[in-house]
Design a protein around this ligand. Structure first.
Ligand SMILES: Nc1ncnc2c1ncn2[C@@H]1O[C@H](COP(=O)(O)OP(=O)(O)OP(=O)(O)O)[C@@H](O)[C@H]1O
Ligand SMILES: [Mg+2]
Length: 258
């Protein structure tokens, strides 16, 4: 496999609580179910994905900052950060509160937006997909993830306030498009959809009208099984493989793979 075969998916939205972490973990597992070698990296200092997978604070987790800060980090060092647990399907690099110091330290560096891309290029030959679970706030972690990505997946909660919050995310993409040598590719994913609610249906219509082919056809419904799986430290496919949410993320993975 050569490097060009690895897709790097940054899961971003500068609004909080829209389903980024749920998408990173569930889509990651769905891609593995489709037999794609997948790595998920928790880039959020809040480390929700890490806590979900029950890798509670561990000094080893703090080494995740090396993927941004350590010049000339070796392939072996990066691979050494990876946790493998069959229960979680994918390979995983845990996050840590220490990621909050990346911002200040990176600011002093030259090409500060390229650190993650450079690091990931050393391991892309091992994976078909690398998924980056991003923090909701604007900063150098988010910029690095967008620059490293081959596709940015933007989960959008199907409610009107979410449309307003979306402007920030598109402003960031437009700003980066002016300074890097390619356009940031993105696709939006409607999440937490409840077809019984008219406001949800109208938001999906607005999204389809404005984003057109930039919207995934798959729409993720609201499904209480996600919260239950997360409270039990499990991926939804282990507990509720037949649930609506589980099937829809599998559908999303097929849309991405095709
Ligand atoms: N489709 C869904 N149906 C029901 N609940 C969901 C769905 N997707 C996510 N949730 C729940 O909504 C909450 C927020 O989701 P999640 O943590 O994935 O969002 P986030 O965008 O990563 O948040 P943050 O910006 O804080 O990192 C969680 O409790 C999660 O279990
Ligand atoms: Mg999150």
């Amino acid at each position: 496999m050569n490097n060009s075969e690895c897709q790097i998916l940054a899961i971003t939205n500068q609004k909080g609580g829209v389903g980024k972490t749920t998408t990173a973990l569930t889509l990651g597992a769905a891609l593995v179910l489709l037999r794609r070698k997948t790595l998920v990296i928790d880039l959020d200092p809040h480390a929700s994905a890490t806590i979900h997978l029950t890798y509670y604070s561990d000094t080893q987790n703090e080494k995740v900052v090396d993927i941004f800060l350590k010049d000339e980090i070796s392939k072996e060092e990066i691979l050494g950060l990876i946790k493998r647990d069959k229960r979680h399907f994918f390979d995983f690099i845990p996050g840590s509160v220490k990621l909050s110091m990346v911002e200040g330290e990176l600011r002093e560096k030259k090409s500060k937006g390229l650190s993650l891309k450079k690091t990931l290029s050393k391991i892309t030959s091992y994976y078909e997909f690398i998924i980056l679970d991003c923090p909701p706030n604007f900063g150098l972690i988010l910029i690095n993830a967008l620059v490293a990505s081959t596709l940015t997946v933007i989960p959008i909660q199907t409610e009107f306030l979410a449309l307003h919050g979306l402007k920030l995310t598109f402003d960031t993409i437009r700003m980066l498009n002016r300074v890097i040598d390619r356009k940031i590719e993105y696709r939006a994913l409607a999440t937490m959809y409840d077809q019984r609610i008219g406001a949800c249906r109208r938001v999906v219509e607005v999204l389809k009208r404005t984003l057109k082919e930039k919207m995934f056809k798959t729409i993720i419904s609201v499904d209480s099984k996600f919260r239950e799986a997360s409270a039990r430290g499990e991926i939804i496919y282990n507990l509720y493989p037949q649930s609506r949410g589980a099937k829809q993320y599998l559908q999303l993975a097929k849309e991405i793979v095709l």
